[in-house]
Design a protein around this ligand. Structure first.
Ligand SMILES: Cc1cc2nc3c(=O)[nH]c(=O)nc-3n(C[C@H](O)[C@H](O)[C@H](O)COP(=O)(O)OP(=O)(O)OC[C@H]3O[C@@H](n4cnc5c(N)ncnc54)[C@H](O)[C@@H]3O)c2cc1C
Ligand code: SF4
Length: 599
């Protein structure tokens, strides 16, 4: 197969004397989608991104074998990735007083990964304080989408109307019917692979060719049918058939380094914001991109109280600038957008812009992880080797709790992500005893026979789960950092116990020998699915944004990332973040047109 790479478009000249129609802060899933939709509507858009534009193909090197790398993929000496124990025993800021030159979040594994050393933030430059939290950040063009796990799921009315179902929290101000057309648009524009299952709690997408389940996974799928549980091929935000309208992307080659510590797809079959959204938006001639631009305040017109632009510092030369725009759109990710709202204090907005409700930073939620199961499919031991990781994911086992039934111990639900079979580095090599020829034979014989899955559960939004600004600690650019006030509650702990129990039950029911059950809950933040710090709602007293992610207080201010989520559900959020952003930007562009160039 030949891969033709198309060079990114040439950057447009930034004109800071000009008033753009819209300025977007952040270029990840949310900001990229806003740029795509608004430029498609003919608006002149400036996109500010705090990180660099790096040569991502050079960085990811997914064709590289471990033995082709001098350290088998490890980061250079002097680098350190924070471990589970450090997160648990110590308090943030985790990198404070660390002897290492660079400190990264846990992503990438023990020694840190050479492939993400320029993608993940250096915790030394980006501290945070408060309760323990494993905060994973990627500051570069495209943000976390450069290395995301690609599981692309829809929410249903079990999520949007969760309060009506069990009485807890708030319903979203929209229902599935409002968002379904936008999920469809995202599916068609970006490409998603999967299999239709007709589940009311996990609506199907407009799928391209699915990746195949392997033997062990098919066994699990078939045997769990009797329990009413579904095992479906990983619903991947990956184009398997190709997207003809986008010259920057190729269809999936299926040769699988995409799960390497973590992976990243330099074929650009897996969605990433630069090739999927930003480069096509630049090709319209209406998008101007400025990287190395760290926003620190939404600027306000003293007379009208409206947003008038964004103040930012050049991340390299540390000079401050102002960008002017008729509409300001925050898309810096859930926690960073909340930080920006809180940082934007003025005479009109003493508690931060858009915060008359006092809810900015609150109702923070995500997913709880840790419990899971590992098993052995004995029939596969010693069988010929197969290529199992030449695919962007294994399987997904959707939520089954608290749909028709009511669990006595907890509300809401969880799903499992899992996989089995051969991988580039044989599974369980490091925890298998032995040495020499016998050891190698054992590893080879067993390599393809393991199967495992781990759960992602809904964390309830609670007003008291929040972030605010630390009054002392600042980041490398002198900007006050976030302080966390957040920990899992009783509902999450009970749910986690149930995860471990049902994981074992299901493997046993499928005739898989259970060789290990994980019961421990991982540190808060581990899911990298942070949500809810500027929730939407109909009541301006208890919510920050309306159903179009528009500030209740400031009409020309929008926040289009996961901060608008009312609850976390247990499905991975990125496809929903982009569908909501598309819907809101359609509304914004329409209002802009009707208002003669103003919202
Ligand atoms: C290893 C990994 C696996 C994941 N797996 C999945 C998965 O399987 N499924 C799923 O749905 N999600 C997954 N996610 C989460 C997914 O990546 C995020 O949900 C998604 O990227 C959120 O998009 P965003 O635009 O809100 O934030 P981001 O992608 O983080 O983008 C935010 C951007 O804003 C920039 N920024 C921040 N602050 C400022 C500032 N002050 N000024 C200017 N720019 C700023 C950042 O540099 C960044 O580029 C995973 C993430 C990781 C890291
Ligand atoms: S298997 Fe597909 S999605 Fe994964 S890295 Fe290769 S081309 Fe990308």
């Amino acid at each position: 197969m030949t891969m033709i790479r198309v060079a990114p478009p040439l950057p447009q000249e930034v004109d800071l004397a000009k008033t753009y129609d819209a300025v977007i802060v952040g270029s990840g899933a949310a900001g990229g989608m806003a740029a795509h939709v608004l430029t498609a509507h003919g608006m002149q858009v400036l996109l500010l991104e705090a990180g660099k534009k790096i040569d991502i193909n050079q960085e990811l090197r997914s064709m590289q074998w471990p033995y082709e790398h001098p350290r088998r993929g490890d980061a250079p000496p002097g680098s350190h990735a924070i471990s589970f124990n450090e997160y648990t025993v110590r308090q943030p800021p985790y990198a404070k007083a660390a002897a290492f030159r660079h400190v990264y979040s846990y992503v990438g594994g023990w020694g840190g990964s050479d492939y993400v050393k320029n993608i993940l933030v250096d915790e030394k430059d980006h501290p945070y304080t408060g309760t323990r939290y494993a905060w994973v950040r990627a500051r570069l063009l495209g943000g976390k989408t450069n290395i995301w796990g690609r599981l692309a799921l829809r929410l249903s009315d079990y999520d949007f109307k969760a309060k009506s179902h069990d009485g807890y929290g708030e319903d979203w101000p929209i229902s599935y019917a409002d968002l379904a057309p936008y999920y469809d648009k995202v599916d068609l524009y970006l490409g998603i692979s999967g299999v239709k299952e007709n589940l009311p709690h996990l609506p199907d997408s407009l799928f391209q060719r699915p990746t195949k389940l392997n033997i062990a996974e098919v066994q699990l799928r078939e045997r769990l049918k009797a329990m009413g549980r579904v095992v479906t091929p990983y619903r991947a935000g990956v184009t398997t058939d190709g997207v003809k309208h986008n010259k920057y992307r190729s269809k999936c080659f299926g040769r699988g380094a995409c799960n390497r510590r973590p992976g990243g797809c330099d074929i650009h079959a897996a969605f990433d914001s630069p090739t999927g959204l930003i480069y096509p938006a630049m090709d319209t001639g209406r998008l101007t991109l400025r990287t190395n631009s760290t926003a620190y305040e939404v600027l306000v017109d003293r007379n009208t109280g409206r947003a008038r632009g964004v103040a930012f510092v050049d991340s390299e030369n540390r000079k401050s600038y102002e960008a002017k725009a008729k509409v300001v759109i925050l898309a810096a990710s859930t926690l960073e957008s909340a930080r920006l709202l809180l940082l934007s204090r003025s005479r009109q907005y003493p508690n931060g812009i858009g915060n008359s409700s006092g809810h900015v930073g609150h109702n923070f939620c995500e997913h709880v992880m840790g419990p899971g199961v590992t098993g052995l499919v004995k029939e596969l031991v010693g069988k010929p080797h197969t290529l199992d990781d030449g695919r962007p994911g294994g399987f997904y086992l959707p939520r089954f709790r608290n749909l028709k039934d009511r669990e006595p111990g907890f509300i809401r639900g969880y799903g499992f992500e899992g996989s089995s079979g051969h991988s580039m580095f044989p599974r369980h090599t490091s925890d298998t005893p032995g040495f020499g020829a016998q050891f190698k034979k054992h590893i080879r014989d067993y390599a393809g026979a393991f199967i495992s899955m781990g759960a992602f559960g809904e964390v309830l939004p609670r007003y008291e789960s929040h972030v605010d600004l630390d009054t002392v600690e600042k980041d490398r650019w002198g900007i006050p950092v976030l302080r966390f006030h957040y920990q899992f509650g009783d509902n999450e702990r009970k749910m986690a116990e149930d995860m471990a129990t049902t994981a074992r039950e299901m493997f046993e029911a499928a005739g898989i020998e259970v060789i290990g059950v994980d019961r421990d809950v991982l540190t808060e933040g581990w899911s990298i699915h942070e949500l809810g710090t500027a929730r939407m709602g109909s009541d301006p007293k208890t919510s920050v944004l309306n159903q179009f992610q528009q500030s209740h207080d400031v009409r020309n201010l929008f926040v289009v990332d996961g901060s608008s989520h009312v609850s976390a559900s247990c499905q991975n959020p990125t496809w929903t973040i982009m569908s909501l952003a598309w819907r809101s930007c359609d509304y914004l562009a329409d209002e802009f047109r009707k208002g003669g160039g103003n919202v």
